[in-house]
Every structure is written in C-alpha cells, then in structure tokens.
Design a protein around this ligand. Structure first.
Ligand code: CDP
Ligand code: MG
Length: 761
C-alpha cells in the first residue's frame, strides 16, 4: 500500500497537514528508497515508543527530509544508553493521558536533552504550527543544550532547534520546532501572549532551583492550562522531593499530578570532610585539586567556585603549580588542563568542557587529567561526563535582598545540604567517585540549611511585579504563589514602580509603565531611556543602557594592573562612571570596533561587541514606540542632560557625602557606603547617583556619577518631598537648596513686580 500515494495520505493525518511541495519531496524520496516515510502513521499526541524508535532509526530525517549523517547514528547510540531513553514507552503513555506531568531524575539522566525531543515526535510541531519550549535558568545552559540537541536531531542550530536568551535570538519562525530559552525570556513573552498560544507544550526545567521567573511561570501556566486544554506542561526537577510540585499543579486539593520518575544509575560516592574549618577556601581548593592530581587514580575533576574572576584566577594558579610538579619530576604526574565554566564565557569556550582530558606526554606515561572549574552551572544544569572527583568548598554566589533598605546584592554564601548532595552526585556518573568537601562534617550537619531558599524570597521584585501588572494580575498578595514573597518585598516593588510613575496611586499601569514593561531592562533603566528624548540625548542614554546591560568591559589582569589602570585613566570622564562608559563605547565605534584597539586599552572586545548588539536591539524597541534618537552638539550640555536623564530613572539610588572621610549616606535608607575603588571620579562630589550597591570588604557603591540636588527636587519631587525625610544632614542639605531656590524666585518675583510697577508709572 505505501506505493499508493493517495491512500497513504488519507491514512496519515500527519501528511495530510503538510505543505504540498514538502509532501512531494518527502514521499518521492521515501518511495525511491523503497521504505515508508519516517513519520508514517503518526497521529499527533497518540504516538508510542515503538513508532518513535522506528522513526529514529529511519534513513531520512523527518524534519529536514535529508538522509541522516554518520554523526547522527553515533550520537543516537549514546542517547540509547541514557536512563530516560529506556523509559520512552512509559513516558508516552503518561504524556498522552495527562495535561500536566512532573518529571524527576538524577542530573545526567537525559531529562533536558531527551524529553523535549520525545515531545517533538508526539506533538509534531511542523504540522500544527505550535512549537515546544523548554526553559533553562542560565544562558550558558540554554545555548549549550540547544547545540547538543540540534546535533542529536541532525539539524542546524538556529533552524529546527534554536535558543532564545536575552539579547540573542537563534530561532527561525516557521522552521523552529523546539526552542530552549531562559525562563526570563518566556516570562517576557507572556506579557503579549498570556496563554502562550505559540506553544503546544512547555517544559519548565530545573524547577527544583525555584528561580524567580520559573516560580512566576508556574503560577501563570497553571492558570493557562485551565483555559487551554491542548497545552501540555512538564515540570522537571533534579531533586526527588517532587510532591510539592505535584500538589501545586493538581486541580483538586487531595490529588496530585502524576510523577514520571527517571531511574538513573548512580555509582557510590565516597565523601571526605576536612578535620578543621578551612580559613581560605580558594587556597584549600587549589591544594586539594593538586593533591588529587598527584595522588589519585585517573579521572577528571570538577571544582565548584563562585564567580568568573575567582575561577580564572584559580585556573591560572592550578596550571602554574601543575607545571611546577612536572618540572620537578616529569614521570610523576600527567599533563593537566584547566577549563573554566561560567555564564559570560563565549560559547566556543563553553564547549571546551566536553573535550577529553589531554593525552599522556609520552607513550605509556602518566595519564592526563581535565579539571573543570565551574560556578553552580555544573551543579545540575550542565553535565560534564567523566568526572570522578568533585571538590566542593561549600559556597556559591547568591542573591540577597533586604527590602528595608531596598538593596539587592550578590553575596558569596554557604550552599544548602541539597546543593552539597547534588554537587557530590556529579562524581558518580560513570563509575564510583569521590567528593572532597572543604568543610567539616559538623558544619555540614549543623550549619548548612536543608534547602536553598526560593529566589522569590530573596529578590527585588520590581521587574517581576511590573510584568505581572502588565499581564493584568490585580491582587499580588492573593496570587497563587507556590511560596508567597514577603508582603514588604511586594510593597517595596509597588512603591518603586509608583515613584517611577509606571503605576498610578491605585496600582494601575500607566501608559509609561506599559512601555517600560516592553524593554528587557530593569524599570529604572527603562525609565531613564524613555525620558531621554526629552533631554535630547537619547543616543547617549541608549549607549549607557546597553553598556550597563553587559558584563564589565574593563580587563584588569593580575600581573598588569598598573598598565590597565593607566589605560583606563585615559578614557575616564571625571564627572562620572556612566559618562566614562559612554566615552568608551564612542571611542570603540570611532576605532571601527577594532579588537586590537580594545585589547591595547585593556577592554574586553567581547563585552563591547555585546554592548553593540544590545544597543541595536534596544534601538529597535525604541523605534517600535516611535522614540526619537537625538543628540545635542554641545558636549558640555550633553553630559549635563545625560545626568539629568539618569536622575529620572535612578533617583532612588542617590547618596550624599557625609563629613570629610569619604563616607556617603544613601538617601532615605541611610546606609553608610564608600565609592568603589573602580570609580573614576577625581573628586568626591556632594551628591552622587549609583547603579549598584556591592558588599565586599565593606559596603560600596559602584558605577557612580555626580548629580545636582536641584535635579533631584525637580525630577523626583514626590520622592524628595522633604516632609518624608528624617532629620539629618541630608535633609538639611536639601532644605538649603529649597530655601535658596525659594529665595531666588522670591527675589525674581520682587524684581519682576518692581519692573512692572515702574513700567506702569
Ligand atoms: O537534564 P539531565 O541532567 O537529566 O541530563 P541532560 O542534560 O539531558 O544530559 C544527558 C547527557 O547528554 C549528558 O550526560 C551528556 O552526555 C550529554 N550532553 C552533552 O553531551 N552535551 C550537552 N551540552 C548536554 C548534554
Ligand atoms: Mg537537565
């Protein structure tokens, strides 16, 4: 029967939906090969494991209609070994019969790479025009997994399989079937498409981490599922306590949605603790890695650290010490490569974690070892195969928010027991492993919290609240939160949005707020950009917004600090760091985006190129709202107007100088802070605006620019209403400005009246 094209079409609803030309090419090729179409007999949402396995073994790729490559077959063999692959039949049964499923499974069992593909074969997005989304918490994971899955499906990345992260969209509408994206991107899509009509299935991955955006998406998706019976939702988690999710998504209170459990294989892991607390975890980590390299059997090492700078520094030190070991005795230890992994790393370099360990230097010599030094991204988001040893100092960089003083910062904090267990688990993927915890067993038991707190309980919620109000959520307190945020945090967010005039006094979105929500920026940045055309400096403010949205552009290598600082001084504008950012970008453009120019000035060419890209994207959003791109020609006036626009966005982040010791007091919140050492201003002006509060050896404000108090009173009169200030030096200083202004205008009025009277005479 397959040779009869008409009959086959009727039998096969999948083909009946397809474009005529696609159908023709597909079937004629299959016919010439004498086999059935790869998806012959597939009914959307009614497929089973047998059908899919047959399709996977087929000569032809059903999506590109090209023969499968040799690499495809090789990868398919690897996929077959993943625990989740063996459970394909059960998965399809559960997926067919349920709208919402919770999936749990050990990291590395194949959840992120395989489940979305299973769903592609069930939902057949190319026939229905509705696609599949899988969220990731980290940009680096979204990119890396999309690349892997594109390879597995034998398609080009960015076409049938793509990714979407802030400021970078690698998808092709009409072609893309499966899209990996950060949870933040999906959340911003909800604003314009509340029921996510574009998608037939949404997979929320890494739900156990409870990121802010995923928590909000859970609430919204639960509601959408009630309205759209055809929308499937899969909540995936790497920890086994899934009951909370199962209960949350259940329609009736005593019922839970079904759980799909992936039976992962893990090998035993031996755990070692230190006898005494380590005073310096970085130094201890380096020592432990070298100890493993010298004394332990072959196998790669995964070391968890907290941030980019620390990771790069440690990689360098490990490499130097390992070279020393080899110099001392070339036969004693094998070669070692140290590979960093963190989110802002360029994609090609991220892929290096999958490279094999270096080969022995001589035939029969000691084996090489790969050391991956990573942030938390390797805890559950990315699996590095072949890890036998894990070194866990017990820290990660975590968000901390203090609503009272409105300060959100990233602090290096102890991890939870759940995290420590996940980290240890990375060592037992391919065989028995060892985990070296750089803290005592007593501290593990008594000091570490059981679970990491959901991000919603420790974040500034202003961006999230703006999104929710834009979607039309009226009552944030009675919103169906999985864990409700503190009322004070919600209040602070509403208050900030009200001061920024994004919300009116009743909490309704204003036209300004509506536009602010459309920018992929914090509300303060969005506001500053939206007002900038009024100050005739939107070109400049756009550049500053872009520069503030990318990683730090300044390079400061440990051994060239003096040279780097001198180079920076040449580009510094003494009135403020925001203006310096503007100047750096302009010089970069004047020098034709030249990488070498950037490098000789100790600037990161990659960060600058990113700023360029972000700027273009923000420019497109501005065009959508018909915001003018303008500049003034008078350079002095430009700087002044830019600073005024800054005030319109950041008037709640102002500090006033107290005394002569270089201390500043943040306005209203009264925190004693100092200018960060990276600050380029040559004086200590009385009033400054800052972009960031950082807590290291002491509280600092970073990225700082001088402002005038008159602007604060003029552009933010409600916030700077003096009756709302506590008595103190700041209030007195503002009062003097008010008095001076009043005196001046009184004199002006008197002068005016006199002139008029004289005229009348
Ligand atoms: O999501 P889960 O932790 O359950 O596993 P996964 O991310 O789907 O990874 C399954 C396997 O895919 C890993 O063990 C790797 O062998 C492979 N993989 C890869 O080679 N490259 C990637 N970028 C991601 C996964
Ligand atoms: Mg995963």
């Amino acid at each position: 029967m397959p040779s009869n094209n008409n009959l086959k079409l009727q039998d096969n609803p999948y083909l009946a939906h397809r474009h005529p030309t696609q159908r023709d090419t597909g079937s004629s090729r299959s016919k010439s090969l004498g086999v059935k179409e790869p998806l012959y007999g597939f009914l959307p949402r009614k497929v089973n494991g047998d059908q899919v396995r047959r399709a996977l073994e087929h000569e032809i790729n059903p999506f590109t209609e090209q023969p499968h490559s040799a690499q495809y077959k090789e990868i398919l063999d690897a996929r077959k070994k993943l625990p989740v692959y063996a459970q394909m039949d059960d998965f399809y049964k559960m997926f067919t019969n349920n709208q919402i499923i919770v999936v749990v499974g050990e990291t590395g069992s194949g959840k992120t790479t395989q489940i979305p593909q299973f769903i592609v074969y069930s939902d057949l997005p190319h026939t229905k025009g509705k696609i599949i989304a899988c969220t990731q918490l980290r940009r680096v994971a979204a990119v890396s997994v999309a690349k892997r899955v594109a390879d597995e499906m034998d398609v080009e990345l960015g076409r049938h399989v793509g990714y979407s992260i802030r400021f970078e969209n690698m998808t092709e509408p009409g072609t893309t079937l499966l899209q990996y994206m950060t949870d933040g991107m999906l959340l911003s899509e909800v604003m314009n498409d509340p029921n996510l009509e574009r998608y037939s299935a949404i997979i929320l991955d890494e739900a156990h981490e409870r990121s802010l955006a995923t928590d909000i998406l859970m609430v919204l998706l639960k509601a959408s599922a009630k309205k759209r019976a055809d929308l499937k939702i899969i909540v995936m988690s790497a920890t086994l306590d899934a009951l909370k999710f199962q209960k949350y998504f259940s329609v009736r209170s005593n019922e839970a949605v079904p759980l799909f459990k992936v039976h992962g294989r893990t090998f035993p892991i031996e755990i070692f603790y230190t006898q005494e607390p380590e005073p310096d975890y970085v130094e201890a980590a380096i020592r432990t890695v070298l100890m493993i390299h010298r004394a332990e059997a072959p196998g790669d090492v995964l070391l968890f650290l907290t941030e980019e700078e620390e990771i790069e520094d440690v990689c360098l030190k490990i490499k130097l010490e390992a070279d020393d070991l080899i110099d001392q005795d070339p036969d004693a230890v094998g070669p070692l490569t140290c590979i960093p992994l963190y989110s802002s790393l360029p994609p090609q370099q991220q892929q290096r974690i999958f490279d094999p360990a270096p080969p022995p230097r001589t035939k029969g010599g000691p084996l090489g070892r790969k050391i991956v030094v990573s942030t938390n991204v390797a805890e559950t988001s990315l699996t590095v195969d072949g890890i036998v040893y894990v070194v866990d100092p017990g820290f990660s960089k975590q968000k901390v928010y203090n609503p009272r003083i409105r300060v959100e910062s990233q602090l290096i904090s102890p991890i939870s027991k759940a995290s420590a267990q996940q980290r240890a688990g990375r060592a037992g993927r391919t065989g028995p492993g060892k985990c070296f915890r750089l803290y005592t067993e007593k501290d593990f038991k008594n000091e570490l919290e059981e679970q990491t707190h959901p991000e919603i309980l420790k974040s500034n919620l202003s961006t999230a609240v703006l999104t929710l109000v834009k979607i039309g959520v009226k009552d944030l307190v009675r919103f169906d939160w999985m864990d409700a945020p503190a009322p004070e945090t919600l209040m602070r967010a509403l208050e900030l949005l009200n001061y920024l005039a994004a919300l009116d006094d009743e909490g309704n979105l204003t036209p300004l707020g509506c536009i602010m929500a459309e920018f992929p920026l914090d509300p303060q940045l969005a506001k500053m950009l939206i007002v900038s055309p009024e100050f005739k400096c939107s070109n400049e403010v756009l550049t500053i917004a872009a520069m503030l949205s990318v990683p730090n552009v300044w390079l400061r290598p440990n051994n060239q600090r003096r040279e780097a600082d001198a180079a920076k001084a040449l580009l510094t504008i003494p009135d403020g760091d925001h203006l310096t950012m503007l100047n750096v970008y302009n010089e970069y453009v004047n020098n034709q985006h030249d990488r070498n120019w950037a490098l000789t000035h100790y600037l990161s060419a990659r960060a600058l190129a990113q700023a360029d890209n972000v700027r273009k994207q923000l420019e497109r959003t501005m065009e959508r709202f018909e915001m003018e791109l303008v500049s003034l020609s008078d350079p002095v006036k430009i700087y002044q107007n830019v600073r005024q626009a800054l005030v319109c966005g950041f008037f709640m982040q102002v500090a006033h100088k107290e005394g002569e010791k270089g201390n500043y007091l943040t306005v209203k919140d009264n925190q004693v802070v100092a200018l960060h050492p990276s600050c380029g201003m040559d004086t200590q002006p009385e009033w400054v605006i800052f972009n960031e509060f950082v807590l290291t050896t002491r509280p600092y404000i970073r990225t700082v620019t001088e402002v005038r108090p008159e602007w604060l009173l003029e552009y933010a009169p409600t916030y700077f209403d003096l009756s709302s200030f506590l008595d103190g030096e700041t209030k007195r200083a503002l009062q003097r400005v008010v008095n001076k202004k009043a005196g001046k205008s009184n004199r002006d009025t008197t002068k005016d009246t006199r002139a008029r009277t004289r005229k009348q005479k």
